[in-house]
Design a protein. Structure first.
Length: 113
């Protein structure tokens, strides 16, 4: 399993970023994918998931601002982040649970006020 996240960066509050995760080594279309994040001095937390049938779930604090989506043909999962807040600052990780937790390398998102 390989998960390669990209798209992070530095933005001002209110800005937008789109994260992308390229997946390989497993049957992408059959699996639930997720995005987690870990802020400075905080534990890693679930941000959003998308199941194989497209059902999505979100952390309460990002509902209405973040959108998770997937492209099975490209084997990619995306996280569109709008109206970013300083508290969204974190390293964002692509995640797959397939027998074990599988993580991408993370991409840094920094939101300044």
């Amino acid at each position: 399993v390989q998960l390669q996240a990209s798209g992070g960066g530095s933005v001002q509050a209110g800005g937008s970023l789109r994260l992308s995760c390229a997946a390989s080594g497993f049957m992408f279309s059959l699996n639930t994918m997720g995005w987690y994040r870990q802020g400075p001095g905080k534990e890693r937390e679930l941000v959003a998931t998308i199941s194989s049938d497209g059902t999505t779930n979100y952390k309460d604090s990002v509902k209405g601002r973040f959108t998770i989506s997937r492209d099975n043909a490209k084997k990619r999962v995306y996280l569109q982040m709008n109206s970013l807040k300083p508290e969204d600052t974190a390293i964002y990780y692509c995640h797959l649970f397939l027998r074990i937790d599988n993580w991408g390398q993370g991409t840094q998102v920094t939101v300044s006020s």
